[in-house]
Design a protein around this ligand. Structure first.
Ligand code: WTA
Length: 740
């Protein structure tokens, strides 16, 4: 991505005050009017007095929030440059400047989409997330309380201070350097939620390498696809881990994935695999391939940190940067340009294989840290707990970078919320006196279903703020989170965003004067200009008192915006920018109420949201098609009590096969093997034929309705079916539908 040309002479955005001079625009910019309307509502739930009393606040109230928002959209370059310069350490000779803050083309009609923030500035996100706090005398502060899967795994549970983490990261960084990892080179990380996982991410960032974390629940096939896509030659993994009562064999999957990549691409080789020994007592004999596999802890222990402090390569240029700031400790830091890549994270789209979303260092740092700070109000004495795995974007932005850039103390949880029982999260809350909890509606639904007794068994007195992400939270579930988990005392913060946005786009600011509306994600974060488009792509302007519904788009670049799809920039342009020139298309539908609040209504494309995880229906279909019995498959989402959406597959079989229970199990296994357990179909329906148009396109809306209503589906309610090649297919589908 680096060095693909600059945009200094490209067109700039109309709203930008390009020279940093105060804007003279008198008309409202962005969503100023929406925010003004939201500030006047009396319809929502105001923050409780206890919350306001017990919490620290970076800003006084919602009026100040709205004022900061106004500045952020009228003078984005000045706003973000001032924030960036104030809150982070930059190379002294390359700090961000207002005149150079943003280069962007956000409109495909003007050429290549390119977004660059602070492009001439240099920094290191690992230094900002770890070293800085140690130098400021906070080395003894706990960075992570590590809570292992097993409650009684006394050897594993431990607190890791920022100073200890720094040493861990420096050792790991040196191991990577010794393995020949270069600045800009992608490294695959396939690990469970152990302290070594964030440490590995930070170690990559420290040396300017690019991490590609693959969720530890993905299959060998999925991991292979990701290793091959970015051509990772170094993989960091783990022998295995207990998840709940199950032993997961990560190293075995990683070995298989590497073998797949090497067999498919002659000449490609993973030359180094670093293996964490997490469960040696359960897996005493892990096969290590000589010359390739190394024990991670042994390699780290062998590092001589005094030697590691010396610049390892000619490109290392940090020594002079930190002469006043901790010279020895930081000499092993690469001071990279803000627009150098930081990580790749794969996510599902409506077509094709998962996309490697690319984020760069400077803008991502500013976005993750500032949203964490203002949406969550975490203070130094607080204990923050994000339940997301680092394999997802939430784990990146709000389990590693956001909190650590703010010097927070957090809980890192290896296990699952329902093991050994549904009280585990609340036990953790009491054990570490957690003040801030960030989780997903799917987890809340599962815990709600288990019954209030599990919650009530614990005090939860320490909790102040409860946040959610990943899917719309319905008002009943919101109410349970607020009343039962938070005893009505805590502030509930919904946060809407995506892998591509890097950081929150819509939040419910936890400040005096802002009322939460259960089920609404809230209002835009600083710098975010939301637009609601009708189906023809026309923007529906906001009018107080008038509700509108449409496609959610974003009108101007924000710092942590997606920069590219790894290896396929054109695909990024066609997915997000070509459909409506001038806008980033989120893929989500939304409703904006008459008071300027945004309510997400779900994906408008063929992406489904299963337990808060994005899945492309096309991915599941291609997994099914690998089975010899399957002639055709169409996958749609269906309502699911816990998962939000479940996976419903309509399958047409080849001649000679009958739909049996055994075949159904085989297909379920196929999806688990090809993608991972999160892709297990909830329902497999045998279909004599699929509803296709004369041009052969499957009409999914019919299948969606069928999956939702089953046998009760009234075919007449489906509207015009005359474009179907064979309308009788629909009657057959309803007739053959098997309720489960
Ligand atoms: C959905 C997760 C409603 C949405 C951070 C989006 C939400 C997709 C919310 C991104 C929310 C996320 N309310 N829907 N608060 N948060 N979504 O990339 O459909 O894994 O497009 O990022 O999750 O999923 P992703």
């Amino acid at each position: 991505f680096r060095g693909r040309g600059r945009l200094s002479d490209g067109p700039r955005l109309g709203v930008m005050a390009t020279d940093g001079a105060p804007s003279t625009t008198s008309a409202a910019v962005g969503n100023e009017v929406e925010l003004a309307a939201a500030g006047r509502t009396t319809q929502g739930v105001p923050p409780s007095d206890t919350y306001l009393k017990e919490s620290g606040h970076w800003i006084a109230d919602f009026a100040e929030y709205a004022d900061m928002y106004r500045r952020s959209v009228r003078e984005p370059e000045r706003f973000w440059t001032e924030l960036a310069a104030r809150e982070f350490v930059w190379h002294p000779s390359a700090a961000p400047t207002v005149g150079d803050a943003l280069q962007a083309n956000f409109d495909v009609r003007h050429g290549r989409i390119e977004v660059q923030w602070f492009r001439n500035a240099r920094t290191n996100i690992c230094y900002n997330a770890v070293d800085r706090h140690v130098h400021a005398g906070r080395g003894d502060q706990v960075a992570f309380h590590y809570e292992a899967n097993d409650v009684d795994d006394a050897r594993a549970h431990r607190a890791i201070t920022y100073a200890q983490l720094l040493e861990m990261v420096r050792r790991m960084a040196q191991v990577l350097r010794d393995a020949g990892v270069q600045r800009g080179e992608p490294v695959a990380i396939y690990m469970p939620m152990v302290p070594e996982l964030p440490a590995a991410m930070l170690a990559c960032a420290r040396i300017g390498a690019v991490h590609s974390v693959v969720f530890g629940g993905f299959s060998a096939e999925s991991l292979a696809g990701r290793i091959a896509d970015a051509q990772c030659r170094v993989v960091i993994t783990c022998d295995g881990v207990m998840r709940g009562s199950k032993l997961v064999l990560l190293k075995q999957v990683a070995d298989e994935a590497i073998a797949l990549c090497e067999s498919r691409q002659p000449g490609f080789r993973v030359h180094t695999q670093l293996v964490l020994r997490r469960v040696p007592e359960r897996l005493p004999h892990v096969t290590m391939m000589p010359g390739r596999d190394r024990d991670l802890h042994q390699a780290m222990a062998a590092v001589d940190l005094s030697a590691a402090a010396a610049p390892a390569t000619a490109t290392t240029n940090g020594a002079e940067a930190v002469a006043t700031d901790g010279p020895l400790l930081a000499a092993d830091v690469e001071w990279v340009h803000a627009e150098e890549p930081l990580f790749i994270l794969y996510t599902s789209g409506s077509t094709g294989k998962p996309k490697g979303v690319l984020h760069t260092v400077g803008g991502y740092m500013v976005g993750a840290a500032s949203t964490f700070k203002y949406a969550f109000n975490v203070r130094p004495d607080d204990v923050y707990f994000c339940t997301a795995d680092c394999g997802w974007i939430t784990g990146h932005s709000y389990g590693v970078y956001g909190p650590m850039l703010n010097g927070a103390t957090q809980v890192l949880f290896e296990g699952v919320p329902t093991w050994p029982d549904a009280g585990r999260l609340w036990a953790i809350v009491d054990k570490y006196r957690v003040t801030h909890l960030y989780t997903a509606p799917t987890a809340i639904r599962a815990l709600k279903k288990a019954g209030d007794a599990f919650v009530k068994r614990y005090s939860r007195r320490s909790l102040k703020l409860l946040a959610t992400v990943g899917e719309p939270i319905n008002p009943q579930v919101w109410g349970w989170y607020h009343q039962v988990v938070g005893d009505g005392r805590c502030n509930v913060v919904d946060t809407y965003w995506q892998t591509e946005t890097g950081a929150h786009m819509i939040v419910s600011p936890p400040v005096r004067g802002f009322q939460q509306k259960p089920g609404s994600a809230g209002v835009p974060f600083f710098g975010v200009q939301l637009a609601v488009l009708d189906a023809s792509g026309r923007e529906i302007p906001f009018q107080p008192g008038v509700e509108s519904e449409g496609l959610l788009c974003i009108r101007a670049p924000w710092p942590s915006c997606i920069r590219s799809i790894y290896g396929d920039h054109e695909r990024m342009e066609s997915v997000y920018f070509k459909p409506f020139p001038g806008y980033y298309l989120t893929g989500d539908g939304c409703r904006r109420d008459g008071e300027g609040y945004f309510w997400l209504t779900g994906r408008v494309d063929d992406v489904i949201n299963v337990s808060g995880h994005r899945m492309g229906t096309a991915e599941v279909e291609s997994a099914l098609l690998r089975h010899p019995a399957v002639a055709e498959a169409a996958v749609v989402g269906m309502p699911h009590e816990i998962k939000g959406e479940g996976i419903c597959c309509f399958v047409t079989l080849n001649d000679g096969y009958d739909g049996s229970g055994a075949l159904r199990d085989e297909l379920v296994q196929m999806c688990r093997r090809e993608i991972g357990p999160i892709a297990s179909p909830d329902r497999v329906q045998w279909a004599a034929g699929l509803p296709k148009t004369r041009s052969g396109k499957i009409m999914r809306r019919i299948l969606r309705k069928l999956a939702e209503q089953g046998k009760h589906l009234d075919v007449a309610s489906l509207g015009d079916l005359s474009t179907l090649a064979d309308p009788s297919v629909v009657d057959a589908l309803v007739r053959d539908y098997v309720e489960e």
